[in-house]
Design a protein around this ligand. Sequence first.
Ligand code: CAA
Length: 692
Amino acid sequence: MTAINPVTDLSMDGDIAVITLNSPPVNALSANVREGLFEGFKAATADPAVKAIVLICEGRTFIAGADITEFGGASRGPSLFDVQGMMENAPKPVIAAIHGTALGGGLEVALVAHYRIAVPSARLGLPEVNLGLLPGAGGTQRLPRVAGPEKALEMMTSGRHAPASEALAMGLVDELAEEGKLREAAVAFARRCVTENRPLVKVRDNNTKVEAARGKPEIFEAFRKANARKFRGFLAPEYNIRCIEAAVNLPFDEGLAVERKLFGELVTGSQSAAQRYSFFAERQAQKVPDVPDDTPLIPVKSVGIIGAGTMGGGIAMNFANVGIAVTLIEVQKEALERGLKVIRSNYERTASRGGITAAQVEERMALITGSLDMNALATVDLVIEAVFERMDVKKEIFTKLDAICKPGAILATNTSGLNIDEIASVTKRPEAVIGLHFFSPANVMKLLEIVRADHTSKSVIATSMKLAKQIGKIAALVGVCPGFVGNRILGQRQREAQKLVMEGAMPWDVDRVLYDFGFPMGPFAMSDLAGLDIGWVKERSQGESIRDVLCEMDRRGQKTGAGYYDYDENRNAKPSPVTEKIINDFIVKTGSNPRTVSDEEILERCIYPMINEGVKILEEGKAIRSSDVDVVWQNGYGWPVYRGGPMWYGDQIGAAKVLEKMKEFQAKMGDDFKPAPLLEKLVAEGKKFSDL
Ligand code: CAA
């Protein structure tokens, strides 16, 4: 074996050269890896004893893409194009042997091999769109040539990782190897290429599939139209589509030039910067400075959930999806049966869309057992309480859990803002108590706010973080304070939205501005969707707020056909003259004068107090780092990914400008806008939010 460089070896298996990359964690295409590939292929190509070349990787995966950390820096060593040229033009067969994931630049490397072989567990994709990018090393021109433009459109704009079996069916992979025997299979495949004198297939020359789509612009128009809502606000999906159009309509090298140009625009733009930041922010959020990687974990093989409502049922699905047994507790038999029925119908809906098989529906349902007796939780490893938000009820439940659950079990509450230290105080094991705050619908929403109370043990924290990943959630660790990180910041926006309406803006004005900013919906549309009567008590309602009046009129949101908006039978919203009158009457009643509120003011008043609250949260140590605040807001509250999150966005505006505006609003409208002391300090020291 010859070491080409610290991350690359070249060895011989008879007359087959095997180039092995080993650059943990994911063999990303750093300068070192590119150099190793370039020099390795150069040496193997030049050696007359070598008849074919296999490229394989050590560790958990094949090449998982360009090294994202290198973007924006000066480029060193051979470029990826140099490497690809060396491989594609090699005068002997080149075989890429794939395990783990071949993603982005990794798949683009595989696509210049003459053949690809993969183990069944491998996944292949071009996920650049999720980083606000497009594949910049020929992937946009080669994937449509292999898989056809329709498939390429779907894969490149979703970033989906296709399983090896699908890759085989679409021709992206030539053969599957037995799991664990990739190297042997790849060498044998290479030998067959030599003995059978197989052609050196260059994907770039294979025009059949792209030519078939030439002169059919409707393919692209239909795709754009069908996905308009999903792509709204994002640049990268459209740029990916344009590259595939170029693949269809232009010769390879001209298509490549289009790809280069559009890649250059994206990689230097603000959206991709935000999306790349988010990629690392999510991973950073998994790291807790005082909870080391080797903290002992508590095995979680069974989970109990108290409350079979929408939340409890959604939480249960997360665990059943990954094969963890769930005991679902309710007080009333009817409520339990209803809850189980809802879970089943959710699974059946997924199955009807092809997401899972009918057998998987049954497997998952079989993992969920309903019970009316809390004693059924005596043996579970983790309990999550998901009942309504009343401290007395939660305390009663935790007192019982303390008596019932086995020693070492984790006792979690799904509270969205109550004091977890107070809940923990009724138990004799506060170290076992933690907040696991799921977001509704809990089987869909990505965020898990993990709330660390005063006495929560490190093992309980480490286990919760690990479990979050296992069930496909993005976790952020936060501290106990009213509303935690997410709802506490939301409170700022909701308050200003309500105030703006009392000053003369209409709910649909506020919603439009926030929708245009990139949120999936504004606060009033959101209230209509959730139901205006959440937390509203008819007997106590005295028409003291716009919401009270709307609920009293039975305008309780979408479910009653009217709320802030009027809805037609398809739930399309229209501004409501009724709501407008209620608001105007209210304004008159309070003796204030309505004024014209600009869109700029709406945006600044909704967003800047959120940023300020984020700073306060960091000041109080309730979040570990500013990017954790962004992770919460992106994944739990629909903050547009291409704007990074409130703290990232704050840095784009500049902390000084945020402070100046907060002071201006404070002078006019009072202490709702009082700047956090840390914001003042930050500006005085010329620092950024990301420094926090
Ligand atoms: N560049 C640099 N670092 C990367 C990386 C990349 N492309 N991909 C992953 N990493 C790092 C992560 O930051 C993480 O580092 P820490 O341990 O220090 O936090 C580590 O590798 C492990 O990553 P994950 O925690 O995500 O591990 P996982 O096993 O859950 O997932 C993965 C592995 C599926 C490969 C996932 O990391 C992933 O999706 N990576 C990004 C893939 C991607 O987008 N590739 C395209 C890059 S852009 C490109 O290639 C442009 C082009 O056309 C040339």
